[in-house]
Design a protein around this ligand. Structure first.
Ligand SMILES: C[S@@+](CC[C@H](N)C(=O)[O-])C[C@H]1O[C@@H](n2cnc3c(N)ncnc32)[C@H](O)[C@@H]1O
Length: 768
């Protein structure tokens, strides 16, 4: 493993295992029970039983209850969007209407409570219904409730999300001014939740000071995320498409403004993209979702977690390196497997050597039932139990690494009697055995126990509170990460992992310091001593920075490849479902022939560092901005300068103008300064759109306000805005055209007649 080659293999492995979780093969028979070919999913798998019984994730006495719950369909869960203006109405409709009206149906089905708020989720904002998704879809009596869920989801007032998947963001302790990185974010349920938390805790201020950067490796899944988060109408989100383990460092040495800043603001602009909070909800084997995706029963095998372990460590390590000192990171998976969970956490704690602590959160969310993390577990490979790395060596299991085991020990380090193995690692000669040596009985083997406080991790199991399973660990960065050698996975003479880069770079830095120290002692040069001590302080930072540069060079190559593939597959060139400012915007190409469109688009994309991705540009055309300001009478206090972005360099052909928060603007500024390291697939809130109708294009202002952006700018609009009575508002919705004289409120009719040609805003006046 390690290096680019390793990560590609891991990605392939991930994609294969991913299918287990999300896809049912097309060839499989339909789910119609009247079809004779139909077979229900087998909800058993002997290897699963053997594996988890041995891992003791639940006690032997609980085993049957655990398995029984795993075989039941998962109840539907959803969250009310705390920032929605209808939040209170929805909560009360659930508590006062649906809780009662669904009772009869629930009793018939043997459940006591039809729907209930999840007791551990703050403010009764998350609910669980004891009806499965299937029941909701099929049962006539539940139709009204199902329709309610569908409609409110579409509008963005509620989000359907598995109950346990709501847990990780709650442990992140996000505040409104935080910069949050969601490293593996698609399809975006937790991103949406994070944005909600940021907005809700900002308590109605103009826009929160914080932002969320949602990243995912998979461009198609990024589009799902964009679609999902579009319902939030946010200016505080950036969506990027990178490998999490190689996420760019964005560190600038220069502090140059784009010309839009005052000196005061310039002093405060950021020089490195670091985050207050990081969520690493990493790719995993997903067996915690068995109740939702029962096809996993058939495909599950004990090796699935082993193949993801190293990738998970790399993503988590990158997350930690992008976390500010003092910041919090949550590592989570929807897998029950200790190799993907406790083993990963243990390895990152070892690599961070005291700079990162595992937080005891037992006092947080006390109503959430969870189990402490394991301190002992075993590794299974190709049907054989391996209690320690020593055993993996004996059996020459190349895919097994020391970090998968509780001690994390590479036993070769502990002996004097060493020899070099094939891959350059030391092996105790006594331990070298033939591959056909087998381990007969697991009971004969020595059991490893971790000495790290892994009981502070949390495992949620299904039968504790009728949910799916999840694993969560909360980490706190107390100081800069050290330069750590990655002994567990080193291949000789090759820099392949980030930690190896750290090691190598930190060695160089140490040599420099040693040199300086010698000369300073010899020449008693105080200046040199000062520089030396400063250099020493900065070792890990230097290592990080140089590693970032190396990694980001490598990443851009691979990411360009991904872009090419996406372009070929027409993923990038299509207008996305949500219409957000994705890389695929086709602004410049409007009203041109297809080939001219393609030519122009390619030209624009060439200006971008990322192939197939239109660059994000600050929109600074004063003529257009002033015409918008004047036409809508936008109050001077509305922050315009530097907050408008587009994907098109040619102002005459800009079709959409997006609005970004101050936090996002700062990140975009930095991204320019560091040579566009971020591959941005979506950013900003669509605020203005060029009028396309004939009447509209002859209006004094050629841009209309988009409905997504309206809530943000509404309080600042002083012209082209009218307040209608409910009766007139209804008429406006009902009829395509109305004569001014026909409005019920004559004054409203007169004001409407006085409007300038073009877009206007009609606000519904409160009725009686
Ligand atoms: C468990 S899912 C994340 C679910 C998401 N956090 C949510 O709540 O909706 C894992 C995600 O990781 C992405 N992924 C896989 N390998 C990755 C990598 N190397 N870097 C970043 N993302 C990756 C997958 O595309 C997938 O969307």
């Amino acid at each position: 493993m390690g290096g680019r080659r390793g990560s590609r293999t891991q990605r392939k492995h991930f994609k294969q295992s991913r299918e287990n979780v999300w896809k049912r093969p097309k060839t499989e028979s339909s789910s119609d029970p009247n079809n004779p070919a139909w077979q229900p999913f087998a909800t058993q798998n002997p290897s699963f039983d053997e594996y988890y019984k041995e891992q003791r994730i639940v006690s032997p006495e609980e085993w049957d209850a655990f398995m029984e719950m795993l075989r039941k369909p998962l109840p539907a869960a959803f969250r009310i969007n705390a920032t929605s203006q209808f939040c209170e109405d929805i909560r009360s409709q659930l508590a006062n209407d649906f809780m009662k009206s669904l009772q009869a149906e629930a009793i018939e089905g043997g459940d006591l409570e039809p729907i209930k708020p999840l007791p551990w989720y703050p403010d009764n904002l998350a609910w669980q219904s004891n009806f499965s998704r299937m029941q909701l879809r099929k049962n006539q009596t539940l139709e009204r409730f199902h329709e309610f869920l569908k409609l409110e989801t579409e509008i963005g007032n509620i989000s359907r999300q598995e109950a346990v998947s709501m847990v990780p963001p709650l442990f992140l302790d996000v505040r409104p001014d935080h910069f949050v990185l969601d490293v593996c974010a698609a399809p975006g349920s937790k991103t949406f939740q994070l944005l909600e938390i940021i907005y809700h805790s900002a308590k109605g201020r103009f826009l929160p000071d914080g932002m969320v950067l949602a990243n995912d490796l998979d461009v198609q899944r990024c589009n799902l995320l964009i679609h999902q988060t579009k319902r939030m109408c946010t200016a505080n989100l950036i969506v990027t498409n990178h490998e999490g383990q190689h996420f760019p460092g964005c560190r600038s040495h220069k502090n140059i403004s784009n010309g839009s800043e005052t000196t005061n603001n310039l002093e405060q602009s950021i020089t490195q993209l670091l985050f207050d909070r990081v969520l690493c909800d990493v790719p995993c084997s997903g067996d915690g979702t068995l109740r939702k995706a029962p096809d996993i029963w058939r495909k599950w095998n004990g090796g699935m977690g082993n193949g993801l372990h190293c990738l998970q460590i790399h993503i988590a390590m990158r997350g930690l390196s992008l976390l500010k000192v003092g910041g919090r990171m949550v590592y989570s998976t929807c897998s029950m497997n200790p190799v993907e969970n406790e083993a990963v956490v243990a390895e990152i704690l070892r690599r961070c050597g005291g700079s990162v602590e595992l937080v005891d959160v037992s006092n947080e969310l006390p109503q959430l039932i969870r189990r402490p993390g394991l301190t002992k577990w075993k590794v299974r490979d190709k049907g054989v139990w391996l209690p320690s790395y020593k055993d993996a060596r004996k059996l020459q299991r190349n895919g097994i690494v020391p970090s998968m085991f509780p001690s994390g020990k590479n036993y070769a380090d502990l002996t004097n009697n060493n020899q070099k193995s094939e891959n350059g690692e030391s092996v105790n000669a006594e331990d070298v055995v033939q591959p056909d040596d087998t381990i007969s009985s697991i009971d004969d083997l020595e059991e490893e126990v971790s000495d790290l406080p892994l009981q502070r991790c949390m495992r949620i199991v299904p039968h504790d509170q009728n949910t799916g399973a999840f694993f969560i660990a909360v980490l706190h960065k107390v100081s800069h990460l050290p330069a750590i050698p990655d002994k567990s996975s080193t291949s000789q003479g090759k820099l392949s992992t980030r930690s190896e880069l750290y090691e190598n770079l930190s060695d160089q830095a140490t040599e420099e310091i040693n040199g300086l120290e010698v000369s300073s002692v010899d020449g008693a040069d105080e200046k040199i001593l000062e520089v030396a001590s400063k250099a020493e302080e900065n070792i890990s930072e230097m290592a990080l920075e140089a590693a970032d540069e190396k990694i980001s060079e490598e990443t851009s190559e691979v990411d360009e490849k991904i872009s090419e593939v996406a372009l070929e597959a027409d993923l990038v060139d299509d207008e996305p479902a949500g219409g957000a400012p994705e890389s695929n915007s086709s602004e410049a190409a409007d009203k041109k022939t297809d080939s001219a469109k393609t030519g122009e688009k390619r030209k624009l994309q060439i200006q971008s560092k990322w192939k197939g991705v239109d660059p994000v540009l600050f929109f600074q055309d004063e003529t257009i901005i002033n015409s918008i300001k004047t036409f809508y009478g936008i109050d001077e206090s509305f922050p315009f300068t530097g907050h408008l972005v587009t994907r098109n360099k040619d102002a005459n052909h800009v079709k959409r103008i997006y609005y970004v928060s101050k936090s996002v603007k700062d990140v975009l500024d930095l991204n320019f300064r560091v040579g566009q390291q971020l591959k941005i697939t979506s950013v900003g809130l669509k605020m203005f759109e060029r009028q396309s109708s004939r009447e509209g294009s002859s209006a004094p202002c050629s841009f209309r306000i988009s409905s997504e952006g309206l809530p943000v700018i509404l309080p600042y609009i002083t012209k082209q805005i009218l307040y209608a009575s409910p009766a007139d508002f209804k008429h406006l919705l009902q009829y395509k055209s109305i004569k001014f004289a026909d409005f019920v409120d004559a004054d409203f009719g007169q004001k409407a007649a006085d409007l300038m040609l073009g877009c206007c805003v009609i606000v519904l006046r409160e009725g009686k």
